[in-house]
Design a protein. Structure first.
Lengths: 59, 305
């Protein structure tokens, strides 16, 4: 199917989320975004704390 | 509810359901014992790295909890105590819980290894694997010794905390491991005494289901007799001071008295419920005392000087 074919498709077809499902999905998406943000900040702070030693990993 | 049709509808799981999947109450005890192990270990760990270590241990424990709930969903829906959990209640599909648990497990172990040290990460991976593979999948439905052997998973967090600070292990964290290991059977068997019907309905061969209440009460007393002196051992060996020693002797004596009352109980479950509740307090008191004992010179030393 072409891209225009997909775009012209009946909007009523496919999965339609209820209000509760949409709200739950949005909450989950926000939680994932927050978790990723925290992870980025955590890695940044740990890099500052460890300095060059962040690359030292004796096994 | 049907576990197999849970995928048919788009998920209504909220953030709270995923948090519940991580067994936050179990997680809090894991974090607390790991924190104590981390703080009483010799050496210094930067507060940020210590926070990362505890976060990874908490998330790893949560991952183990989620994987446990994924595997046990079929029996959880048959027990009153667990029927409202997110999977049997139909709020989270089993596949979602599996993916969630595996992702958290991988992230927690890798980050602990990269940012703290490899020994702590290896211990965390062992803890998760032991809880999920050995306890949940292998032992839980096969033997009344399930929580005895499986208890090793719950006993490892102070060793992980210790390893996070020192990068290795010694006798002291092994003693902490043994205290939790021998604490687990009286704790869970006291619960199983008044949940026997639940476990029997789910087909979980807890000691009270397989051997009956009399044998369970005897075993509770035997483990309490091992645990009480074991709890005092860190003080006897000179690893801790008088604060810990006094708490360990008092709490151990109280645990023994309650175990004797459970053994003597003929009707009802009042003593079993008391022992179950006190066992949680016992573990908290022991580790809190260990922490206070360790921090006392730093916190109050200037008053004595």
């Amino acid at each position: 199917m072409t891209m225009s074919g997909l775009m012209n498709e009946d909007p009523d077809r496919g999965v339609r989320l209820t209000e509760q499902q949409a709200r739950a999905r949005r909450a989950r998406s926000v939680a994932i975004a927050v978790a990723l943000g925290v992870l980025v900040i955590l890695f940044y702070i740990v890099t500052l704390v460890k300095g060059p030693a962040v690359l030292v990993r004796p096994l | 509810m049907s576990l197999t049709t849970a995928h048919a509808e788009p998920s209504i799981a909220g953030v709270g359901d995923y948090i519940e999947l991580m067994k936050p109450r179990v997680m809090s005890l894991v974090v607390f014992t790991a924190l104590v192990g981390l703080l009483v270990a010799p050496g210094h760990l930067h507060p940020v790295i210590a926070f990362v270590a505890l976060l990874c241990i908490a998330v790893g424990a949560g991952a183990a909890g989620a994987l446990n709930m994924w595997y046990d969903a079929d029996i959880d829906c048959r027990m009153t105590r667990t029927a409202a959990r997110p999977i049997p209640a139909g709020r989270i599909a089993p596949g979602e819980a599996l993916a969630f648990g595996l992702t958290l497990a991988a992230f927690s172990v890798v980050i602990l290894g990269l940012l703290v040290n490899v020994v702590a990460a290896a211990l965390l991976a062992t803890t998760i694997a032991f809880y999920v593979l050995v306890y949940t999948m292998w032992l839980k439905r096969r033997t009344p010794q399930n929580i005895v052997i499986g208890g090793a998973a719950g006993a490892l967090p102070p060793m992980i905390g210790w390893a996070a600070t020192t990068g290795g292990l010694s006798l002291e964290p092994v003693l902490l491991f043994l205290i939790i290991f021998f604490w687990t059977p009286p704790h869970f068997w006291a619960l199983s005494l008044y949940r026997t019907d639940d476990y029997a309905r789910a087909g979980v061969p807890m000691l009270s289901v397989v051997a009956g209440p009399a044998e369970t009460k005897l075993q509770i007393l035997v483990y309490a007799l091992i645990l009480a002196p074991l709890g005092v051992l860190p003080w006897v060996l000179g690893y801790t001071g008088l604060i810990y020693g006094a708490v360990a002797v008092t709490a151990g004596a109280a645990l023994l008295v309650l175990a004797l009352r459970v053994r003597a109980e003929r009707h009802g479950f009042a003593a079993s419920k008391q022992l179950f509740a006190f066992s949680i307090l016992y573990l908290f008191l022991m580790f809190a005392a260990l922490l206070v004992d360790h921090m006392y010179p730093a916190l109050f030393g200037h008053l004595a000087a």
